[in-house]
Design a protein around this ligand. Structure first.
Ligand code: XIL
Length: 361
């Protein structure tokens, strides 16, 4: 195997020696144990897992009085059994949330108190069930637009800015020991970052628990630049909060400008010209991807405030970027190829982390 040198292949977790947690999001097939190749990679290289979909509202709470725990229970049990830090994703979001959540009772317009009660019921049930097992929760996802204004989601329209504070309070009540995070994409964009920093500061001033902020980190080959990402880390570190890369991938395929980030509601249909690497990633792109991963991991390792880096998927076979922002592409954004073999990008991460360790950074 590449990356092996002599002897067994390097383990990213062992090279990291606890400097930060390293993980991957697992899909439902992996959680069900149907993907032994991916699970072997997880056990060998990672120290934490996230659920790609298994803990989202539509998965666990499809109807007001019906919870579906089977996949979520399997996910949590998998993490506990393998001594992985188990992350919960996500309690309050405007996507993958059933329409009943935002519907008024019997044809009436939505009563804000009713929506708040639904939020509390949901958070209590989900966080309470995994109390002491899920170490940290993404409490609220994507509350801001890129320009730093509040995103006008059904949560915001009914409850105003307070919905975020209430979500954090409910989560803290349900598990006082769980870490609680705010999660969003494009936080390297200054206005959006400033909005998130104002949120963290104001929650803390009010005595409401928030432990960290997640930058989703759905990035491209040539952007955002290190000179854009690093100030984000520095600025969050100054607030005393943890900063995590919660959904890292590097998309090597062409992407229209308006889709930079990760707005899951924007998707286009497949056209052959949008799928240029269906037969594999050409060597020049492979090398550029490796350099990009080397650069971002060298930078992560320079900052103690970076407490976790999680890839959004394990191998290229299961990346969500095969379906977003273009349906049905063959994408190549991760460290392992479709067969589960390490790519040059894997070797580049090994090299970056080894160098950081030997510099004592
Ligand atoms: C994605 C999943 O990977 C897909 O399987 C699903 O169809 C849509 O959501 N930001 C997030 C994640 O916070 O929950 C999203 O996950 C990717 C963007």
């Amino acid at each position: 195997m590449k990356g092996a040198g002599t002897g067994p292949q390097a383990s990213l977790r062992e090279i990291l020696q606890g400097r930060f947690l390293l993980g991957a999001a697992l899909n439902d097939a992996q959680i069900a144990g149907q993907d032994p190749v991916a699970l072997e990679i997880v056990r060998r290289h990672f120290s934490t897992i996230s659920p790609e979909n298994a803990l989202k509202w539509d998965a666990v709470h499809p109807e007001p009085d019906r919870f579906e725990w089977a996949a979520a229970d399997r996910y949590v049990a998998l993490g506990v059994k393998n001594h992985l830090a188990v992350i919960g994703h996500v309690l309050v979001w405007h996507e993958q949330t059933p329409s009943w959540v935002f519907a008024g009772a019997a044809g009436a317009t939505l009563d804000p108190e009713l929506l708040l009660a639904r939020m509390r019921t949901h958070i209590r049930a989900v966080v309470g069930r995994y109390r002491g097992l899920v170490q940290a929760w993404d409490v609220v996802n994507e509350a801001f637009e890129d320009d730093g204004t509040w995103r006008k989601t059904p949560w915001y329209r009914a409850l105003g800015e307070e919905y975020v504070a209430r979500a954090f309070e409910f989560a803290h009540e349900a598990d006082p020991d769980a870490q609680l995070y705010y999660n969003d994409y494009n936080l390297w964009k200054t206005p959006k970052r400033e909005a998130a920093i104002r949120l963290v500061t104001s929650l803390r001033q009010r005595g409401i628990r928030i432990d960290g902020v997640g930058e989703q980190a759905h990035w491209l080959l040539d952007g955002p630049g290190i000179e854009e990402i690093e100030p984000m880390i520095v600025d969050f570190a100054k607030t005393g909060t943890r900063i995590m890369m919660t959904e890292l991938d590097v998309d090597p395929l062409p992407r229209p400008d308006e889709l930079i980030g990760a707005d899951v509601s924007k998707r286009v249909d497949l056209k052959p010209e949008l799928d240029p690497c269906a037969d594999g990633l050409p060597d020049d792109l492979q090398q550029r991807l490796a350099r990009r991963y080397r650069d971002v991991f060298s930078m992560f390792a320079r900052h103690r405030a970076v407490s976790r880096v999680t890839f959004w998927g394990v191998t290229d076979a299961d990346t969500w970027l095969n379906q977003w922002p273009v349906r049905g592409r063959t994408n190549h954004p991760l460290l392992w190829d479709r067969q589960g073999q390490p790519k040059p990008a894997f070797d580049a991460v090994v090299e970056a982390l080894r160098r950081a360790a030997s510099n004592g950074a």
